[in-house]
Design a protein around this ligand. Structure first.
Ligand SMILES: Cc1cc2nc3c(=O)[nH]c(=O)nc-3n(C[C@H](O)[C@H](O)[C@H](O)COP(=O)(O)OP(=O)(O)OC[C@H]3O[C@@H](n4cnc5c(N)ncnc54)[C@H](O)[C@@H]3O)c2cc1C
Length: 472
C-alpha cells in the first residue's frame, strides 16, 4: 500500500484529471491486451512533459516504482503493473496536444500520447502517413518503446527507421528532460542517444514527444493471395517477387491454414475468399503500391501484379501453386482478423519470433514435426511478416486443458520454443514486441553477460530510479 501523503502530493502536482486512485477508474489501465491483470497504487496522467518530469522526480525521490503505459496494446506484460499494488502507472494518454506538421521536411512533431489512427487521420489531408501498419491502435510513446514493426516493414522499416527526434524524461531525482534530435535527417555530431530509448521497453526513460518521418500516402494499391507450391518454396517466391516488383512490393505476409480458419470461425465480418471454401496449408498476402496518382496510359497496378504472377506461373520450377488478385480491404481484413481469431480458439500462448528470411519455413516445419512429440494437443496457428523474417508463432491449447492449471506448463513450453528458435535457428525471441515481464526470464537467459552488464550500466546512468517492468 502506498502512503496517503504521496497520493496527496501527486494530486497537487497533477490535478483532478491527472491522478486516478478509484479501483473502477484504474481497472482498464491495470488490464493488458492479453490475459494481464495487475494492481496499481495509482494512475498518474501528466498532460505535459513538465508534469511528467515533476511526477517522475517526485516518485524517484520517494522510491515509488512507475510503469509507463501508452495505448496498452503491448503483448508482453510490459505496460501493466505487477500484482503487488505498490507500482504506479505513468499513463501518457493525455500527452496529445502537440501536433506540428512540417510539410516541406515531411515530418511531424507529436505528443507521445497520440494514437496511431489519430495521427494518420490528421495527416491524410496532406497526402502523408506514418508508415507503420498493424492490427492494433497503439499510441506513439508505446510504439517507440517497443519499436513496432508491422505489416509494411518490408517497404518502410520499423519505428526506429522512422524516428528523427525524441523528448525524454529520465527517472532521476530531477526528472531530467532530454531533447534528442529534431527534424534533421542527417546529424552525426556524436552519440545518437535517442536510439537508447527505442525498443527498450521504457526502462531508460519516458518518451513524451517525438519527431517522425512521414511518407507519401499510397495512391494505388493491388493485393493478391499467393499459394506456394510447397511451404519450402516460400523464400523463392519472396525473392522472385522482389526481383520482379522492386520497391513496389510493400507487404509479404504469411498465414497458416490454422490461423486463417480460426479467423474465419471467430470473426463474423470475414468472408472465406478461397475457392470452395478450402483454405490452403499456407497462403501469402502480397501487396504492391504506388504513391503517384494514376496517369493516362499507365498500366494499372492490378495488371502489373497479374503480369508478374503470370510470369512466375509459367516458370518450369514455379514456386506458385495458385494465386488470385482481390480487393485490398477484404484481403487485409482477413490478415488483420488473424490475431482476434486465434485469441478466441482456446488458450493462446503467443510468441513473436524472427529469423533470417530463409530459415522461417524450416523452423515452422521443424516445429510441426516436434510439437506433437513434445507437447500433445497443442495447435500451431502461425502467421507473420515473412518479408522481414517475423513469425507470430501462436500456440493454442484447449481452454479446458488441465495442464493450464499447472503454473509450470506455459513456462516449460516457452522455454522449449525459445531454446530452439534462438539456439538452434539463430533467431530472436522478441522480434517486435520488445521485453516485458513475460520476456524477462528469456532476456536473462539468452543475453550474454557482457551485454547485460553494459545495459545495466547505461540504465544506472540514465534512469537510476525504479522505472518500467524490465530489469536490464
Ligand atoms: C491485435 C494486435 C496486433 C498487433 N500487431 C503487432 C504488429 O504487427 N507489430 C508489432 O510490432 N506489434 C504488434 N502488436 C503489439 C503492440 O500493438 C505494439 O507493441 C505497440 O507498439 C505497443 O504500443 P502501445 O502504445 O500499446 O504501448 P503499451 O502497451 O502501453 O506499452 C508497451 C511498452 O512500452 C512502454 N511504454 C509505453 N509508453 C511509453 C513511453 N511513452 N515512454 C517509454 N516507455 C513507454 C511500456 O512500459 C511497455 O513496456 C499488436 C498488438 C495487438 C493487440
Amino acid at each position: 500500500m502506498i502512503d496517503s501523503r504521496h497520493i496527496e502530493a501527486l494530486g497537487q502536482l497533477l490535478g483532478g484529471k491527472g491522478l486516478l486512485t478509484a479501483p473502477a477508474d484504474m481497472a482498464s489501465y491495470e488490464t493488458g491486451a492479453r490475459y494481464d491483470k495487475g494492481r496499481a497504487a495509482f494512475v498518474a496522467r501528466p498532460a505535459s512533459t513538465q508534469e511528467a518530469s515533476a511526477t517522475v522526480a517526485y516518485c524517484v525521490r520517494n522510491g515509488i516504482a512507475l510503469v509507463p503505459q501508452s495505448g496498452n496494446t503491448g503483448l508482453v506484460s510490459g505496460s501493466t503493473p505487477d500484482a503487488s499494488g505498490s507500482q504506479g502507472i505513468l499513463s501518457l494518454d493525455r500527452l496529445t496536444a502537440v501536433f506540428d506538421l512540417d510539410r516541406v521536411n515531411r515530418t511531424v512533431t507529436a505528443g507521445a500520447g497520440l494514437r496511431l489512427s489519430d495521427v494518420n487521420q490528421r495527416l491524410e489531408q496532406a497526402g502523408l502517413f506514418f508508415p507503420i501498419d498493424l492490427g492494433a491502435d497503439p499510441r506513439l510513446g508505446g510504439m517507440i518503446a517497443t519499436n513496432t514493426g508491422g505489416s509494411r516493414f518490408l517497404r518502410y522499416g520499423d519505428v526506429r527507421r522512422n524516428t528523427l527526434g525524441l523528448t525524454v524524461v529520465l527517472a532521476d531525482e530531477a526528472g531530467t528532460v532530454l531533447e534528442l534530435g529534431s527534424g534533421l535527417r542527417k546529424n552525426n555530431t556524436g552519440v545518437d542517444w535517442k536510439q537508447l530509448f527505442i525498443g527498450t521497453s521504457g526502462a531508460f526513460g519516458i518518451v513524451t514527444e517525438c519527431v517522425l518521418n512521414l511518407e507519401p500516402l499510397p495512391r494505388q494499391t493491388a493485393t493478391a493471395f499467393l499459394v506456394p507450391s510447397s511451404p519450402d518454396r516460400v523464400p523463392d517466391l519472396l525473392v522472385a517477387m522482389e526481383e520482379a516488383l522492386g520497391s513496389y512490393l510493400s507487404a509479404f505476409e504469411g498465414m497458416s491454414r490454422n490461423a486463417v480458419s480460426a479467423a474465419l470461425a471467430h470473426v463474423p465480418a470475414l468472408r472465406n475468399p478461397f475457392q470452395g471454401g478450402h483454405v490452403p496449408d499456407f497462403v501469402i498476402l502480397a501487396e504492391i503500391c504506388r504513391t503517384s496518382p494514376p496517369r493516362d496510359g499507365e498500366q494499372p497496378l492490378d495488371a502489373v501484379l497479374e503480369e508478374v504472377l503470370a510470369g512466375l506461373w509459367e516458370r518450369e520450377d514455379t514456386p506458385l501453386a495458385d494465386a488470385f488478385i482481390g480487393p485490398p480491404h477484404e484481403m487485409w481484413a482477413l490478415r488483420h482478423g488473424l490475431s482476434e481469431g486465434v485469441k478466441h480458439s482456446g488458450r493462446l500462448i503467443a510468441f513473436d519470433l524472427s529469423f533470417r528470411r530463409g530459415d522461417i519455413m524450416r523452423f515452422l516445419d521443424h516445429m510441426k514435426a516436434e510439437m506433437p512429440r513434445r507437447f500433445e494437443n497443442v495447435t500451431i496457428c502461425d502467421f507473420g511478416h515473412i518479408g522481414d523474417g517475423g513469425v507470430h508463432f501462436n500456440l493454442v491449447v484447449p481452454a479446458d486443458d488441465p495442464r493450464l492449471a499447472d503454473a509450470g506448463f506455459e513456462g516449460a513450453l516457452r522455454a522449449w520454443v525459445f531454446q530452439i528458435a534462438v539456439e538452434d535457428f539463430g533467431g530472436s525471441y522478441s522480434a517486435e514486441h520488445a521485453i516485458g515481464r513475460k520476456n524477462q526470464v528469456f532476456y536473462d537467459r539468452h543475453t550474454p553477460d557482457e551485454i547485460r552488464r553494459l545495459a545495466a550500466g547505461l540504465k544506472a546512468i540514465t534512469s537510476p530510479g525504479p522505472l518500467g517492468s524490465v530489469t536490464f
